[in-house]
Design a protein around this ligand. Structure first.
Ligand code: MN
Length: 254
């Protein structure tokens, strides 16, 4: 059981990860730890832009990105005078890769698959002692990218059978990439249609599983689509939906 500290709630974390499912799961983990200002980037160019715009307190940097190597992103940020800690995340276990990251200006190196207990010990270690106030608010990022008002993890009700639980989890694993993809292409009608269908489905079943937060989000989305609410609001709710669904998957290993 974690209790969000003010310090963590105030920290701005930039998560750079090209895999949409990993990105959402990572955001969920930070959110569970009490972090409230999360900015998500899916490639090197976005990472550079969002880092310089928002001056995060820490960057979590995936090494393998579609447009450029994470180490290259770090090098460029350091050149531009970015001083906050940067921790790289990579599946590459060779010492030379660790050395390469350090040479680029990384402060820490975390190996995949991630052991989250050790992970947050390390992350929190990098964030202590408090940095000087940057004075730059994290409002530059688009709302859909932020987990600012991320819902807390909600446990599947104890009264639900293991088999039913499993059905929900397997289904969530199929839905999460669909939701993540729709989030990235929210301007496309067919993507919004998918979200509409998923929201409607969760609205019907979330209550049975005791997932009140998911139920609330699904209801709001369902009504939002019916009332033709602005796209920005629907996208924001879809971001919340993604984190709630990531929470279902997360429950399996927690
Ligand atoms: Mn990657």
């Amino acid at each position: 059981m974690t209790h969000p500290s003010t310090t963590q709630a105030e920290r701005v974390i930039l998560i750079v990860e090209d895999n949409s499912v990993n990105r959402l799961l990572m955001a969920k983990k930070f959110s569970d730890q009490g972090y409230r200002s999360l900015i998500l980037a899916k490639n090197g160019a976005e990472a550079l832009d969002l880092a310089l715009k928002n001056n995060p307190d820490l960057i979590l940097m995936d090494i393998q990105l579609p447009d450029m190597n994470g180490n290259e992103v770090i090098r460029r940020l350091r050149q531009q005078g970015f001083t906050a800690p940067i921790v790289t995340v990579s599946a590459d276990h060779r010492q030379e890769d660790i050395d390469r990251s350090r040479a680029s200006g990384a402060d820490g190196y975390i190996l995949k698959p991630i052991d989250f207990l050790a992970f947050f010990a390390k992350i929190n270690g990098h964030l202590r002692p408090a940095r000087k106030e940057s004075g730059i608010p994290a409002s530059g990022a688009e709302e859909g990218n932020k987990a600012a008002s991320a819902p807390q993890a909600v446990r599947i009700s104890e009264s639900v059978s293991a088999a039913a639980k499993n059905v929900l989890i397997v289904d969530a694993k199929e839905k999460l990439p669909v939701i993540a993809n729709a989030l990235e292409h929210f301007d496309e009608e067919n993507q919004r249609e998918r979200i509409k269908a998923i929201a409607h489905e969760y609205k019907g079943i979330a209550g049975y599983y005791g997932l009140r937060e998911l139920e609330r989000i699904a209801q709001e989305l369902d009504e939002g689509f019916k009332n033709d609410e602005p796209g920005e609001l629907l996208k924001k709710l879809t971001g919340q939906l993604a984190r709630a669904v990531a929470g279902i998957i997360d429950n399996e290993t927690a």
